[in-house]
Design a protein around this ligand. Structure first.
Ligand SMILES: NC(=O)c1ccc[n+]([C@@H]2O[C@H](COP(=O)([O-])OP(=O)(O)OC[C@H]3O[C@@H](n4cnc5c(N)ncnc54)[C@H](O)[C@@H]3O)[C@@H](O)[C@H]2O)c1
Length: 359
């Protein structure tokens, strides 16, 4: 075990970093007594690679494994209903504990399932993607999607514990790594200038996937998220900062109907658009804009995109959940390591920012 971070919240919990999958069982035996029934919710490929390691430590427990097909579309009420039937079939009761073994889709879905099954049962986050380790497993947000909107049905439902084994990153496809890197760049820009410098200095090792560098960047990145969510658990203010790049990014993802553009690509271009807008407002220096462009580019993330219509993207930004009284609420960096919430951005300046990232 390398590190333990306590997260203060309405239900405080710990994040264990560098925690081997095999050791979770011993921890749960100590915390829970060892007689509980565990429901392990996971993806097929993650089951294939990691279930055996996890089960090694869980001999004292009765375990059932619920496998969810891959895909964002599985974060659905239909899948929730299937999980419910499966849980009932293996006699899960109020004392059962859900283990979410996988990325953000599994964490959000299994967490939301745990929040409503028999009015709430305990759950453990075991994040296996970079995005889940630095972002989605922290902060207690759980959700499923609805045809009317992404993450429309959800709950703030903190886990019992977050158990992070960085060795799982070694089998993660590069595109999935990039989704987590985009969130890490976001965290660096909005809250940690030293993390930003670390990413600049180590961009080659990041491309070479050096494990020690990933441990360091993930640990620093998730600490930014912890700091923000501890200050604003229920997203009444500061937590909005975590949406840096996402208002623009979501518009791009929606326009592409989530095909052909990954979340990380959307966030990266979104960060660049927000940075250009900040520069046009005189909030950030052109030297800092260059550093942001260079870093994103050096990590193999996109800084521009072709063949999009800025007007269409502007229109899509109207659906952003952060918007208030029809005003678009944007998060803009005002220096590397700090960002602000802006509520008075005009459509004209947003369009100009879009024009700068559309080649
Ligand atoms: N709750 C939050 O605060 C929050 C924050 C950010 C994102 N999210 C959500 O997270 C989701 C995206 O999560 P994601 O990016 O982790 O995607 P994902 O969960 O779909 O996982 C991506 C792919 O990687 C595979 N995979 C997972 N771990 C692996 C490993 N170690 N080795 C090989 N393959 C592995 C998965 O099976 C899947 O095919 C979205 O639904 C998003 O809404 C939630």
């Amino acid at each position: 075990m390398k590190q333990k971070i306590e997260v203060a919240s309405s239900r405080p919990y710990s994040i264990y970093l560098g925690a081997a999958l095999e050791d979770l069982g011993a921890y749960l035996e100590k915390e829970l007594g060892g007689s509980e029934h565990l429901l392990i919710v996971t993806h097929p490929s993650v089951k294939e690679i990691y279930l055996e390691r996890l089960l090694k430590g869980l001999n004292a427990f009765k375990c059932d494994v619920l496998v969810v097909p891959v895909g964002e579309e599985e974060k659905s009420l239909e899948r929730l209903s299937i999980l419910t039937a499966e849980a009932v079939a293996c006699a899960a009761d109020r004392h059962s504990v859900v283990l979410a073994l996988g990325g953000g889709v599994i964490g959000d879905l299994a967490g939301f399932f745990a929040s409503v099954y028999m009015r709430g049962i305990r759950f453990v986050q075991i994040p296996t993607t970079l995005l889940a380790q630095v972002d989605s497993s922290i902060g207690g947000k759980t959700a499923v999607n609805h045809p009317s909107g992404k993450n429309l049905l959800g709950a703030f439902y903190p886990p019992l514990v977050v158990w992070t084994d960085f060795s799982t990153l070694q089998t993660l496809p590069w595109e999935e790594v990039q989704n987590g890197l985009a969130e890490t760049v976001k965290h660096a820009i909005l809250g940690d200038p030293d993390l930003f410098s670390f990413l600049e200095t180590h961009h080659r090792e990041i491309l070479d996937r050096v494990p020690e560098v990933y441990e360091e960047l993930a640990t620093r990145s998730l600490q930014v998220k912890v700091k923000v969510v501890v200050e604003d658990e229920k997203e009444k203010g500061q937590r909005m900062l975590l949406n840096l790049g996402h208002s623009f990014g979501h518009a791009l993802e929606t326009e592409a109907v989530y095909q052909g553009i990954s979340h990380g690509q959307g966030v990266s271009i979104g960060i660049i658009a927000a940075t250009y807008l900040a520069e046009a407002r005189g909030l950030i220096t052109s030297a800092e804009v260059s550093r942001i462009l260079n870093l994103v580019n050096s990590l193999g993330l996109p800084i521009d995109i072709q063949g999009k219509d800025p007007e269409v993207l502007l229109h899509l930004m109207e659906a952003d959940k952060k918007n208030q009284n029809r005003h678009k609420v944007l998060i803009l960096p005002d220096k590397i390591g700090h960002a602000i919430v802006v509520r008075d951005a005009h459509d004209e300046e947003i369009l100009q920012a879009w024009h700068k990232v559309i080649k």
